[in-house]
Write a protein that binds this ligand. Sequence first.
Ligand SMILES: [Zn+2]
Length: 116
Amino acid sequence: MAQLNRCLHCGSDTVFKNEMQGAKTGVLAMCGNPACGVRTPLVVESVAYSAMDRVAGVWNTSTGEEWPTWVQPLGGHDAYSYGSRVRHKSKNWVSHVDANVWEPGVSGWTLQEGLA
Ligand SMILES: [Zn+2]
């Protein structure tokens, strides 16, 4: 069965979910954390392809949101959590602390080489 990477936003496990679209059944991938709610569009089941594989492909390659631009947190409520990924000054960074309000390159972030 298709494998799903962990949620890029909160690190939770990702689950497949079946939903109806009209009379057809479809499948989508969504973050298992209800507070996060990230999900892929629904892919309708077909005999011509595996909807689960397609959904997994979309989920696992959603690079558009994988490295969102870093923004200065205003305080603890919007600080970055452990494992958060951001793009800053043309480099990719991963937070290695919780409640991270530091600018990448200053403190709290690990530079990810070769993933740009
Ligand atoms: Zn999530």
